[in-house]
Design a protein around this ligand. Sequence first.
Ligand SMILES: Nc1ncnc2c1ncn2[C@@H]1O[C@H](COP(=O)(O)OP(=O)(O)OP(=O)(O)O)[C@@H](O)[C@H]1O
Length: 250
Amino acid sequence: MSTTTHTAPWNDQQTTAGTPALELCEVTLAYPDGKGPDGAPRTITALDRVYLAAVAGTMTALTGPSGSGKSSLLAVASTLLNPTSGEVRIGGVAVGNLSEKDRARLRREEVGTVFQQPNLIPSLRAEDQLVVTSHIRGARGGATRHARERARQLLELVGLEGAGRRRPHELSGGQRQRVNIARALMGEPKLLLVDEPTSALDQQRSAEVMQLLKNMTRTFDLATVVVTHDLEFVDMADREVTMLDGTLTG
Ligand SMILES: Nc1ncnc2c1ncn2[C@@H]1O[C@H](COP(=O)(O)OP(=O)(O)OP(=O)(O)O)[C@@H](O)[C@H]1O
């Protein structure tokens, strides 16, 4: 019986240093919205022919009013939602051409996500929050040690050295968000997508979390896209883009 190794399609590609980690090309996303008075299906256009390129080592702030389409953009960029039309490319690879399995693998290997609420597991210590995913995926022995070592390094990098044994209720809101960010970096992503990371934090903690995201962007050469309502922190980003009624400007 012959064995074949399955190489991820995106590893087969010649990607040049200049390839953006994320490209959205003419991306439109329409959600179903019931039926109109005539019984015809209606839709809400959340994204309307959006172009966006995010390159390594750069933090992009994504702003815009409530309902303008920011979370929809992150959902499409993270490959969790398929656009209605247009193309999403991660590291130069057109996501629409991939099987569901390859898309999940691409997401796992290339994309880190940080959501508004840290969603930490209440019973787990900080370090275990970071290693649990690799454990669930079957890592044992050397791989487990490697994951634990990386978890410790990341916790130190996000300013939580010595807090690895604390459970979520023993951490402040800002510290929980730091664990969340460290967890998103465990898979060594190239693209980091962050949705409103400061919504539950006071001004000082918010500034610290934004600074941390910027530091991580530089340290790991990430393409980071941060949705934020906090206009005062927008200047910390390298670039600002604004959503308005599903259209991106900036
Ligand atoms: N699952 C869904 N089904 C139908 N419509 C949706 C769905 N999710 C979002 N929408 C609609 O799509 C539009 C964009 O929503 P989205 O959540 O992307 O905006 P947002 O800018 O992230 O808003 P907020 O800042 O309030 O989080 C809105 O009109 C919203 O009502």
